[in-house]
Design a protein around this ligand. Sequence first.
Ligand SMILES: Nc1ncnc2c1ncn2[C@@H]1O[C@H](COP(=O)(O)OP(=O)(O)OP(=O)(O)O)[C@@H](O)[C@H]1O
Ligand SMILES: [Mg+2]
Length: 147
Amino acid sequence: MATFISHNPTETQALGEEWGRLAQRGWVIGLSGDLGAGKTQLVKGLARGMNITGRIQSPTFPLINEHCGERLQLFHIDLYRLETREQIIAAGLEPYLIRPNGVTVVEWIERWIGDQPPAAANFKFRRVHIQTLGETDRQIDYEDIGS
Ligand SMILES: Nc1ncnc2c1ncn2[C@@H]1O[C@H](COP(=O)(O)OP(=O)(O)OP(=O)(O)O)[C@@H](O)[C@H]1O
Ligand SMILES: [Mg+2]
């Protein structure tokens, strides 16, 4: 597990941007953290790293925003409004959460996997937790699970 301490939104975006530059088809990045932790800020950076120019905001309805990158598509999902796995599957989101044809980033990933990592992921899954330490300090812990 790696830990990154961010002192402001720019640093959080810079971390996302670094990931975006390295992103590969099939990656799923699962974000957890309280309201206002900075999940969407991280996605903004991720999109920039993938050379996506459109505006990034948390999807509400629809639950997913698709962005065309230079190399890959970015699927940005927000599960805040869905309570159970069954609801997520009924919403048709499962294919994006398992080996997407592009890169998927998911806010409120715990709605899908609870506190557990996905069992034996056969795709690259990056589990990210953002903790609010102070007004602008954030602790970002992340770990890659699967291949
Ligand atoms: N170090 C930091 N990293 C990220 N955001 C920060 C940081 N310090 C302050 N902020 C502020 O915190 C807010 C984070 O908002 P953001 O929408 O990214 O949160 P979120 O986790 O996506 O929340 P939600 O669960 O409501 O979607 C922004 O207003 C941002 O400016
Ligand atoms: Mg958000």
